[in-house]
Design a protein around this ligand. Structure first.
Ligand code: DX5
Ligand code: ZN
Length: 217
């Protein structure tokens, strides 16, 4: 079954308790948490204390997307918050294999996030080591951008390698995902979607209706 993870940086932070409750009622699969450092990406989003607070508000899986330089320095810190999944950017790690091992040693699901411009070839040997790949369909750092269409080709290439080698790894997509893009990516066998401003956090607050429509695609 395809999974839907709302990106909480796009939710109404001033009302996060009600937002989480409404999204749980809509039966989302977990929450995507964007953490930025103003260096790897030129922006800030959620911080450590926000993530701790969110953990207290929900038992759903938490998926931490680290958009920071040198993430290996902070893996212990984040794993201690009892999150469920962590993705680090391929582009931010000199020793990515070591970082992945560190996450796995903490018994968390480990993922590699890759920027739109990074080739799938860069990560093909790591597919046996991780639980998921987070394919970025925008340049990370900001919500509300436009979907980058060549990412479809990357998803196809990634799926080919996964199938050929029979890797047990899921594909998640993140960035500017509209209903239409989700429909197209679903037919490429993408397993999970991060929901931001395009489909979930727009005018309608009827999260149940939106999630139901997505499940029916
Ligand atoms: C972008 C973040 C995304 C973002 C999604 O850097 O990683 O998770 O919040 O928001 P939309 O769907 O609006 O691009
Ligand atoms: Zn993200």
């Amino acid at each position: 079954m395809v999974k839907f993870f709302p990106s909480l940086m796009c939710a109404d932070i001033s009302n996060i308790r009600d937002e989480i409750r409404a999204l749980e009622d809509a039966d989302v699969d977990g929450f995507h948490l964007d953490l930025m450092d103003g260096k790897f990406v030129p922006n800030f989003a959620l911080g450590l204390e926000d993530i701790k607070a969110i953990r207290r508000l929900t038992d759903k899986p938490l998926d931490l997307h680290l958009m920071i330089d040198e993430p290996e320095q902070y893996i212990d810190l984040f794993c201690d918050i009892n999150i469920d999944m962590i993705s680090v950017h391929f582009e931010s790690c000199v020793h990515i294999d070591r970082v992945i091992k560190k996450i796995k040693n903490k018994e968390k699901k480990a993922g590699i996030a890759i920027n739109p411009g990074t080739s799938i070839d860069s990560i093909k040997y790591l597919l046996s080591e991780v639980d998921f790949i987070l394919i970025m369909s925008v340049n990370p750092g900001f919500a509300g951008q436009s979907f980058i269409d060549y990412v479809f080709d990357k998803v196809k290439d990634l799926k080919k390698i996964i199938d050929k080698k029979n890797h047990n790894v899921e594909i998640y997509a993140d960035g500017a995902l509209s209903l239409e893009k989700i429909r197209m990516l679903k037919s490429e066998k993408v397993n999970g979607f991060v929901l931001g401003t395009s489909v979930l956090f727009n005018k309608s607050k009827d999260y149940s209706e939106i999630i139901n429509n997505l499940r029916a695609l």
